[in-house]
Design a protein around this ligand. Structure first.
Ligand SMILES: [Fe+2]
Length: 228
């Protein structure tokens, strides 16, 4: 079993602060049946900016510790790129997932379908394959409808036509599938760790056979509990 999305490297983003915590997380992953983990620290301008060399050095140091402590877990490099105006610059020297051509990309909560399509195009034209991280957590892919408060009186169907959200979401997903994107689901989403909306979307996307990869998106030793 491979974990395709994990913040396990120390002191690079909002993951563990120390290598000891990274080792603890690795041992828990190993115990849960994982044999390989893609280390995917955030890359977000002005927030988490560790460069690729730092990621590779940190991975090598952690792998050495795991080998020395007989923790049988293979680490692979990667990044979780953020879709914003700085993405194109980072794609000049990208770090894909291990030996694959996948570039993992996180989509902001509020963003248009056109910007997502444009980012995927930019990744593809450089010869890589976009992998959308946890689409179930992005409102644009959400398959559940949220009632909004308004001072005007609308009927339910005027406010939110039946299935309009599902239709919009599935049209975008079909487009992204057609151009060859991969979709990575968070295991915790199915357990409701990110709320009922993400849970419903995760189950719907699974039924629609959208997911190509899964990951823990683990950030800390506290998150280990859900692995059980
Ligand atoms: Fe993540």
């Amino acid at each position: 079993m491979i974990d395709f999305h994990c913040h396990i490297l120390p002191d690079l983003d909002d993951g563990p602060q120390t290598i000891d915590e990274s080792v603890e997380m690795s041992a828990a992953l190993c115990k849960s049946g994982f044999t390989g983990v893609y280390c995917t620290p955030h890359l977000i301008k002005s927030v988490y900016e560790a460069n690729n060399d730092l990621v590779l050095d940190s991975l090598a140091a952690l792998q050495t510790r795991l080998n020395n402590e007989n923790i049988n877990l293979q680490l692979f490099p990667g990044r979780e790129y953020y879709l914003d105006e700085f993405l194109a610059g980072y794609l000049e020297n990208p770090l894909p997932l291990g030996d694959t051509n996948f570039i993992m990309m996180e989509i902001p909560i509020h963003i248009s379908a056109e910007l997502i399509k444009d980012a995927c195009f930019q990744i593809k034209r450089r010869g890589f394959i976009p992998m959308i991280a946890h689409p179930e957590r992005c409102s644009i892919f959400s398959t559940s409808r949220k009632k909004e408060k308004s001072r005007f009186k609308f009927t339910d169907s005027q406010r939110n036509p039946p299935n309009s959200k599902q239709y919009e979401s599935s049209r975008l997903i079909e487009y992204l599938k057609d151009i060859g994107c991969a979709f990575q689901g968070n295991l915790g989403s199915f357990l409701g760790l990110y709320g009922s909306q993400a849970q419903k979307t995760a189950n719907d996307l699974k039924k629609m056979e959208v997911y190509t990869h899964f990951g823990t998106d683990l950030h800390s030793r506290a998150g280990i509990k859900c692995l059980k």
